[in-house]
Design a protein around this ligand. Structure first.
Ligand code: AHG
Ligand code: MN
Ligand code: MN
Length: 365
């Protein structure tokens, strides 16, 4: 290991591959291309206003809205393009799906089609771009279903992507924070890499990451509290009650509004994150998206010994129904996530379903 005495991402991937002598190298090539896309995004993020990458995307001067109905930022669109351009040519992918594209992306005819599907949120935490707070990218790798071998090379369909999270071959995220990091799992634990900006290379700095089973830190957008379901209200109220409440200990709270940054904090020191299903908008069962947010982060959490759940059932077992499906998401320290699942399974007590009769309601004065 020359240079820094640490393994590069390439070396790590090659050593992982030696466990599978029959592997073609396609998978490693794909992950290295994803890492390249993340490096390109990291540079764009780092230049900020100097790189003219802040603000909204100005399609026909009126801005642009993605399939979620969200205004696209310049960096959302740029990051999506980096992912597409840097990974489409290598022959490893059958197709892609992204938060920023309504329909699956077909590999252009000029390039060979491969056996994997790449699903991504090119820029997570977009609302933080313009205020210079950490953002990230999230990705998931699935196998492209090939019915009986005769369909190889065909166009991909939405149905190809609707695989439960347990089917992920790999998942990861990049965090564009004070340092740029890449955190991945190829199904054999979780490894964290730090970008050396001089060499433009990711080095393994955080091998075998694990999420502590217990925590005294939670993350939730409390402005939604009036829309929470009773089990979530109960959980948060008990945390807020602190030492003298039923939990018998004080809790701390964080909300960055970049899920990828919250996931990273939880991987580093434990914690629990909730963006639960709520009653805010009946058409949106949760805020975050199953295929490119909940499943990849869920995979990382579970591979690190944490847990990811809808609040009711394990996230990775959910059978997806749509490419852009939203879902309630709870993840982090195992014992806390299990507690939240227990609260959902227990019958709601009378004093929990009406905030007026709530013992320790969040905003009770
Ligand atoms: P995205 O920028 O990809 O749309 O995702 C933002 C997500 C997630 O990162 C974050 O936890 C959440 O939205 C923040 O939601 P609120 O604005 O409700 O806090
Ligand atoms: Mn996101
Ligand atoms: Mn996004």
């Amino acid at each position: 290991m020359p240079l820094t005495g640490r393994k590069t991402l390439t070396q790590y991937l090659i050593e992982e591959r030696r466990r599978f002598p029959e592997a073609s190298g396609d998978f490693n090539a794909l992950i290295l291309d994803v890492a390249m896309a993340c490096k390109a995004i990291a540079r764009a993020v780092a230049f900020g206003a100097l790189g003219d990458v802040l603000g909204n995307h100005a399609a026909e001067a009126g801005g642009s809205v993605n399939v979620q109905g969200e205004t696209q930022k310049k960096l959302d669109v740029l990051s999506n393009d980096y992912f597409l351009r840097i990974t489409e040519w290598g022959g490893q992918l059958a197709g892609m799906a992204s938060e920023e594209m309504d329909a699956p992306y077909q590999i252009p005819a000029a390039y060979p089609r491969g056996k994997y599907l790449l699903v991504f949120d090119p820029l997570d935490g977009s609302s933080n771009i313009d205020v210079n707070v950490s953002v990230g990218s999230i990705f998931s790798v699935l196998r492209a279903p090939v019915a009986d071998g005769t369909e190889a090379g065909r166009e991909v369909t939405e149905a190809d992507f609707l695989q439960p999270g347990t089917q992920q071959v790999a998942a990861g995220y990049a965090l564009y924070g004070p340092t740029t990091m890449l955190v991945i799992s190829v199904g054999n634990g979780v490894s964290g890499f730090t970008l050396d900006p001089n060499l433009g290379e990711f080095f393994l700095t955080h091998p075998d990451l694990s999420v502590p089973a217990d925590t005294q830190e939670f993350a939730i957008n409390a402005s939604n509290s009036r829309f929470w379901e009773a089990p979530v209200k109960r959980y948060v109220d008990e945390c807020l009650a602190g030492k003298t409440g039923p939990r018998g200990k004080d809790f701390n709270m964080r909300w960055i509004a970049s899920m990828v940054a919250e996931a990273h904090r939880i991987l580093m020191r434990g914690g629990v994150f909730l963006y639960p299903r709520d009653t805010k908008d009946a058409s949106k069962p949760g805020r975050l998206r199953l295929l490119y947010e909940a499943n990849p982060i869920g995979f990382i959490m579970e591979q690190a010994g944490g847990r990811a759940s809808t609040g009711r059932v394990p996230m990775l077992g959910v059978e997806p129904e749509g490419l852009h499906q939203r879902i309630g998401l709870v993840f982090g320290s195992k014992n806390e996530v299990e507690r939240i699942e227990r609260y959902h399974a227990e019958p709601v007590r009378k004093d929990q379903d009406n905030p007026l009769f709530h013992e320790r309601s969040l905003f009770r004065v």
